[in-house]
Design a binder for this molecule. Structure first.
Ligand SMILES: Cc1ncc(COP(=O)(O)O)c(C=O)c1O
Length: 376
């Protein structure tokens, strides 16, 4: 099976020898990584991340991947500020499932090629109490879209005007193949309301399970308390391995190598789509990240998936990334019952997420030509 479904790096991206060597040095250099310790993470890594974000290390909580941090953040915010959770439509499916499990009232915000629509945000903020906004502004999962700088400023202004906390989830920002990075929401806002989350999953290796959250001081302490009550300490060996990689100056060269491998895949997918599907569908052209979004399909995405899988190609249907579809998936009845949810569902049926991160360039070419044969 050629997989455009897996949001995972190609196996060549993972440098086992380098990471094994870093792990060995990490234990030998600091045997305390084998003991219990602070729930908020390995001290030297927190310090490095704190310097990078211009905050005290106590404001950094190093989590077991970004997703674990999302659970803690959502639990904390929903308890502190009951209200609706605003998300982009489409958005990363796992948080949708977590929010459904937590009983959150999730409202979706329309997007276009420039990311979330600030007018939709303004309307939702005026419509009722909001617990928090969850956004993936750069190389979004699933759409690959990036929020423009102008819209970033508006999002931050709106959040400040309404006093609404924002979770900026940014695991892909450093995986940029070309173009200038826009400022983060966290930088624009100063970190009073915006919590910045990221991860070494896409820049080093997902199996290490090292993510981080930069939050206002009070919230950071509460996230750390949740970590302690859930697992006492995080795996320091993984965190110290990442720190060793950084300390020996190998993080950037390794990232460049990973980006080279992924850029080839992104180019292969854009090239194949242009060759086989010009005029038959539309797609995003991300300057980085793992995904692109196929839109305006001539065929229902579920039907396309059935046929594609029979022919050896898989991907994820766009509908899996919309709250309305999430409602069907978890049948919990908590998602918006509105016209906008129905509009999401209609839109979603003609869309698909294609991950170019995992398959090889030649598999990508073959896989896209198979998909195209069902769409033409
Ligand atoms: C937007 C987004 N956030 C968070 C994550 C979770 O990453 P981690 O491996 O750090 O838990 C992912 C993984 O695909 C993602 O796409």
């Amino acid at each position: 099976m050629i997989s455009f479904a897996r949001g995972a790096p190609a196996p060549e991206c993972l440098d086992a020898e380098l990471l094994a060597d870093c792990a060995r040095s990490a234990i030998e250099g600091d045997p305390s990584v084998l003991a219990y310790g602070p729930g908020g993470g390995y001290g030297p890594l927190r310090e490095w991340l704190g310097r990078r974000h211009g905050v005290e290390p106590a404001r950094v909580v190093v989590t077991n991947g970004g997703l674990q941090g999302f659970v803690f953040y959502a639990e904390e915010l929903l308890a502190e500020r009951p209200g609706r959770v605003l998300v982009e439509a489409p958005t990363y499916d796992r948080p949708l499932k977590i929010l459904a499990r937590l009983g959150a009232d999730v409202r979706s915000l329309a997007m276009d090629g420039e990311g979330l629509d600030p007018d939709a945000l303004e309307r939702e903020l005026a419509a009722g109490e909001t617990s928090f906004l969850y956004t993936i502004p750069t190389f979004q999962n699933p759409s690959g879209r990036t929020l423009s700088t102008e819209r970033r400023r508006r999002v931050v202004e709106l959040a400040a005007a309404h006093g609404v906390p924002v979770l900026e989830d940014d695991p892909y920002g450093l995986v940029r193949y070309e173009g200038e990075p826009p400022p983060s929401l966290h930088e624009l806002e100063g970190g009073e309301l915006v919590t910045y989350a990221s991860s070494f999953s896409k820049t080093v290796a997902p199996g290490l399970r090292v993510g981080w959250f930069v939050s206002p001081a009070g919230l950071s302490a509460r996230l750390e308390a949740r970590a302690v009550s859930n697992y006492i300490s995080p795996p320091f060996l993984a965190q110290a391995t990442v720190h060793e990689l950084i300390d020996r100056g190998a993080f950037e060269p390794n990232l460049e190598r990973i980006k080279g491998l992924l850029r080839q895949r992104r180019d292969a997918m854009l090239g194949a789509l242009g060759q086989h599907l010009e005029g038959e569908a539309a797609w995003s052209e991300p300057e980085g990240g793992y995904f692109l979004w196929l839109d305006r399909l001539q065929l229902d995405a579920g039907e396309l998936l059935t046929r594609a899988e029979a022919a050896g190609v898989t991907f994820v249907k766009g509908s899996d990334f919309f709250p309305a579809a999430g409602r069907e998936a978890v049948s919990s009845g908590v998602f918006a019952r509105s016209a906008s949810a129905r509009a999401d569902a209609d839109l979603a049926h003609r869309t698909a997420r294609l991950a170019f991160s995992y398959a090889s360039p030649s598999e990508i070419d073959e896989g896209v030509s198979i998909l195209a044969s069902f769409l033409r």
